[in-house]
Design a protein around this ligand. Structure first.
Ligand code: NAD
Ligand code: GDC
Length: 407
């Protein structure tokens, strides 16, 4: 027997259907971002979707609040592109107006956040990663792997979903096999792009994650109408980079140690390890050239000016004629030696990084000197900057704790 509905019940149900319809319409219009706030030209807003100029290239930089991302954003903004930053933390050295048009505080480990970041943009530069120098990389394998793989896979998926045209991925020299980097000095290998395969990166999860994401970008471009570009950065340094707290790499750490010590220079390892280092200005120039090229294979982006860590320490000492005794202590050392082979980038782009280490490191040294002075003037204890620390991150960390230097 059919139960009869009263007129009142029917009217209530129809009202509920109308309300649901309104909610669905609202959700569609807001892309699920009804309570989501972000900054446009420094002003907080929750208008969604973002209203953007129609005559500009709209560029989203994931991790644009970080070192390389902020330099890249600044340069592209100066060239007239419209810059959208998505990062889980604020940049601590630039005002928004100096380097971007929109700032979205988003944790890209979550798909809906990556969706917000990739909505309505033409190009995506993916520079977001949980990363640092050897001290960080060798002590935080799980966090690095879990966080960065989520960020990268999410960003790729969102780019496909929202029809992004071009995607850039910041890979690393750490993708090269362990067995190919066991020699230093005159036997230091010049790593060419094809050396990455067959893969053998058992020493660190950071490099392995980068190689997995390189493959993910390749297959995404194979299956979808999106153009992908990949650069393997070789130790990038410069002003506005991380210089203390445990995530800094050797160039910044060495400048800080020379600036703050009077007698000794503590050095992890015997100092015979070799590397090449690339100033951020060259890195940004290279990223832009790669993104605008028709090269879709991973390219080395680094300097091929090889130096041992002992010699880099002496170079840092030379800027103010300091004579410190290098004290070799145990510490994370990474590979024994590596250099960038720039044959392929020269062939593909007719260009390669050229700023020398003495020029770039001097610039970095005096920027760090100023930062140390500011910190000490604010009450910091200079002794805390004399050595390097090893920090442990956890999966519970967020942008705020990371920027404070808590890990
Ligand atoms: P960085 O740490 O200064 O920048 C990374 C940015 O990603 C930071 O601003 C950080 O807040 C952000 N980020 C981290 N987790 C996030 C999350 N869950 N959601 C949103 N944002 C998040 O590092 P960088 O030196 O500018 O490096 C940029 C990229 O280049 C990274 O992918 C890095 O692995 C790669 N890379 C750098 C070097 C180098 O020497 N600097 C070398 C090889 C590769
Ligand atoms: O940290 P990093 O610059 O990374 O270290 C270079 C060498 O300097 C290592 O052998 C390290 O032991 C030595 N070193 C000595 N003292 C110190 O106080 C110190 N601090 C640091 N940081 N190092 C010291 C990097 C990765 C990046 C990345 C690039 C790609 O490896 O850390 O994240 O992707 O490679 O080129 P490095 O060059 O081993």
């Amino acid at each position: 027997m059919e139960a009869a509905l009263s007129e009142r019940t029917i009217s209530c149900l129809l009202d509920q259907i109308d309300e649901l319809r309104e909610e669905v319409t609202d959700l569609k219009a807001n892309g699920g971002a009804a309570d989501y706030y972000y900054h446009v030209e420094g002003v907080k807003t929750k208008v969604w979707p973002p209203v953007r100029p129609t005559d500009k290239n709209i560029v989203m930089i994931g991790g644009g609040g970080g070192f390389i991302g902020s330099h890249l954003a600044k340069r592209l903004k100066e060239e007239g592109e419209y810059i959208v930053i998505a990062d889980w933390a604020k940049n601590i050295y630039f005002e928004d107006s100096e380097f971007c048009n929109e700032y979205h505080m988003l944790d890209l480990r979550f798909q809906d956040n990556a969706d917000k970041a990739c909505t309505g943009v033409h190009d995506v530069y993916d520079l977001a990663a949980d990363m640092g120098g050897m001290g960080f990389i060798e002590s935080n394998h799980t966090v690095i792997l879990q966080n960065s793989i989520r960020i990268n896979i999410n960003c790729l998926a969102s780019c496909v979903e929202f029809g992004v045209k071009k995607f850039f991925f910041s890979s690393s020299a750490c993708v090269y096999p362990d067995y190919a980097q066991t020699q230093a000095g005159e036997f230091t290998p010049n790593l060419k792009e094809s050396d990455a395969w067959p893969a053998d990166i058992r020493s660190n999860a950071y490099g392995f994650e980068k190689l997995v994401t390189e493959e993910a970008t390749k297959w995404t471009a194979h299956d979808h109408p999106i153009e992908v570009h990949v650069a393997r950065f070789h130790n990038i340094y410069g002003p506005q980079g991380t210089w203390c707290g445990g995530r800094e790499k050797a160039p910044a750490a060495f400048c800080r140690k020379v600036i703050t010590n009077d007698e000794v220079f503590p050095m992890w390892g015997d100092g015979e390890q070799t590397r090449s280092f690339c100033l951020v200005d060259d890195c940004v120039e290279g990223v832009i050239r790669i993104m605008r090229s028709d090269c879709y294979e991973p390219l080395n982006l680094g300097s091929d000016e090889l130096i041992s860590m002992n010699d880099m320490a002496k170079l840092a000492m030379s800027f103010e004629n300091k004579q410190l005794r290098i004290e070799h202590i145990p510490g994370p050392q990474g590979v024994r030696g590596r250099n960038s082979d720039n044959t392929m980038i020269k062939e593909k782009l007719g260009w390669a990084p050229s700023i020398t280490l003495p020029v770039g490191l001097k610039k970095t040294y005096f920027w760090i000197k100023q930062k140390v002075a500011e910190e000490v003037a604010n009450g910091a204890d200079i002794d805390t900057y004399k050595g390097s620390v090893i920090v442990k991150a956890t999966l519970k960390d967020d942008g705020a704790s990371v920027r404070k230097g808590g890990n």
